[in-house]
Ligand binder design. Structure first.
Ligand code: BES
Ligand code: MN
Ligand code: ZN
Length: 511
């Protein structure tokens, strides 16, 4: 089993480019620039670089790659990687361009590369984004293949920042490496087949990552779920031969916590979603192995939070279940009772994520969390609303949601704010229970979020719907087809921002 991904050997150097010994020296190139800041490069490339720029063979469009041999320098070849307009160069663009560069090297079976950090970003931010991007490219989707495909991961990566003092950059470098590896841990989990990754196994994996990274993991089995009255999680799990679990991950800072707040991260851990009795169509159902991507994001984030020793307490809560039709499965019209006492009339067994998250959110508050964020592949409706380009962000109060949004921006996980109008609650009214679990098709992602809000106990709460972003259905230069590791970096980033949080409306709230 993979705990730490087979991440490449990364080093940070500040020597002149001519002295970097590697097989392929890669560098981002901006639109319209002539590379004068790297004296001798064009000459060492026999004039091919200026020729390619003049002829238009290389135009520096984002992710375009041009390779040519070098003579007289310690690098055998140079690769120009298009980075677009210099004025539009952000950490997000840099991260993606670096991934594209390393993936291009990998496709060509080049295993030793150097990446020259260029552009106008602050050096530490540029180093961190570069390391993240390059590290993300070392992920492999082929562990169940007996042959090898996609090229071996690049084994040796040099990050070059000639002339910049390296001690200042070391923390940024380490941070980038931990974040990339933690994303890859999450991606690995999403990729696992559902016969391997059952709720029990998900707990084992979380425990193994915890042992490695230094956070604690406690797992509630079905008897303990029963004792705590977690009827929503038990209900979803009861149609399966694989029993459900509640997995609890805890990070305590090594020194004194810098903040009285406790961050609660809740991840949807449906290890396979058939829909249950409200069964899904066969076509495409295999993708529902990724319905634990929220859980994977929480495990990946906790890994980074522990390794980087975030200065606040963080509790991860993962309700894990397999949603199956079976003789014991819940039926439309069943009424379940959550651990906090709320009753839910299940009208669609395929709206299972919100049920298990209901118990998860409640439990995070019970364990002492003061601020909540849940991450879930919750609705097909968010894919209709935002496509595969951004996750949907919901929550309240708005300063808390804005804090989460800012962390997402820094992390390069795109989120778009979605509304939670009171009227959406009308779609969840039940004749016999507190709520029904599906508001039907109109505003499906919003009514799902509205359902979750009822379980946040009045705490500041944000919900990230990653149904469209957890798995790339098409390969892009910076992102191969497959699991993306979305939200790992957002959640990790958030655990470093607690000094600026306000307490939310707590006492006096109706919930
Ligand atoms: N796991 C699905 C949502 C999903 C859809 C994830 C596409 C990834 C890609 C969720 O459990 C689900 O089935 N949601 C239903 C809710 C409906 C029954 C109210 C949906 O979106 O159709
Ligand atoms: Mn479902
Ligand atoms: Zn689901």
């Amino acid at each position: 089993m993979l705990l730490t991904p087979d991440s490449s050997d990364l080093t940070l150097v500040t020597m002149p480019v001519a002295e970097i010994a590697t097989d392929l020296l890669l560098l981002p190139v901006f639109d319209g620039e002539s590379l004068d800041d790297i004296p001798g490069l064009d000459e060492r490339a026999g004039g091919h670089i200026s020729a390619a720029m003049t002829s238009g063979e290389f135009q520096a469009r984002p992710f375009e790659v041009y390779l040519t041999p070098l003579t007289g320098w310690k690098s055998a070849r140079v690769g120009l990687v298009g980075a677009g307009q210099r004025t539009e160069f952000t950490t997000e663009r840099l991260r993606r361009v670096a991934t594209a560069a390393a993936l291009a090297a990998r496709q060509r079976r080049v295993t030793r590369i150097a990446w020259l950090v260029r552009g106008d970003l602050p050096p530490a931010a540029a180093v961190q984004a570069s390391v993240e991007g390059l590290g993300l490219a070392s992920f492999s989707i082929d562990r169940y293949k007996s042959g090898e495909r996609g090229g071996p991961p690049v084994a040796e990566i040099i990050i070059a920042m000639p002339g910049v003092a390296s001690p200042d950059l070391t923390p940024a470098f380490e941070r980038g490496r931990v974040l990339a590896d933690s994303c890859n841990v999450a991606r690995e989990l999403c990729n696992e087949p559902p016969n391997v990754l059952t709720p029990r196994e998900l707990g084992e994996r979380a425990a193994a990552v915890g042992r490695d990274a230094g956070f604690t993991v406690e797992i509630l089995d079905e008897k303990e779920l029963e004792q705590r009255g977690m009827g929503l999680l038990l209900g979803v799990g009861q149609g399966s031969a694989q029993p459900p679990r509640m997995i609890v991950l805890k990070h305590t800072p090594k020194g004194k916590a810098a903040s009285p707040h406790v961050l609660g991260l809740i991840g949807k851990g449906v290890t396979f979603d058939t829909g249950g009795i409200s069964i899904k169509p066969a076509d495409g159902m295999e993708r529902m192995k990724t319905d634990m991507s929220g859980a994977a994001a929480v495990i990946g984030a906790m890994r980074a939070i522990a390794l980087l020793d975030a200065p606040m307490q963080v509790i991860g809560v993962i309700p894990a279940a397999e949603n199956m039709p079976g003789g014991r499965a819940i039926k439309p019209a069943d009424v379940l009772t959550g651990a906090g006492g709320k009753t839910v009339e299940v009208i669609n067994t395929d709206a299972e994520g919100r049920l298990i998250l209901g118990d998860g959110l409640w439990y995070a508050k019970e364990l002492g969390a003061t601020h909540l964020v849940d991450v879930a592949t919750l609705t097909g409706a968010i894919v209709i609303a935002l496509g595969r380009v951004a996750s949907g962000l919901f929550g309240q109060p708005s300063p808390w949601v804005d804090t989460v949004k800012r962390s997402a921006e820094v992390a390069g996980d795109r989120c778009w704010s979605m509304p939670l109008y009171d009227e959406y609650a009308d779609q969840l009214k039940s004749e016999i229970a507190d709520m029904i679990n599906s508001g039907g098709r109109p505003a499906g992602a919003c009514t799902a979020a509205m359902f979750l809000k009822e379980f946040a106990g009045g705490l500041p709460w944000a919900h990230i719907d990653i149904a469209g972003t957890a798995w790339a259905e098409e390969s892009k230069p910076w992102q191969p087809k497959g699991p993306t590791g979305v939200a790992v970096r957002t959640l990790a980033e958030l655990a470093f921002t607690s000094q600026s949080w306000n307490p939310g409306p707590q006492s006096g709230s109706k919930q």
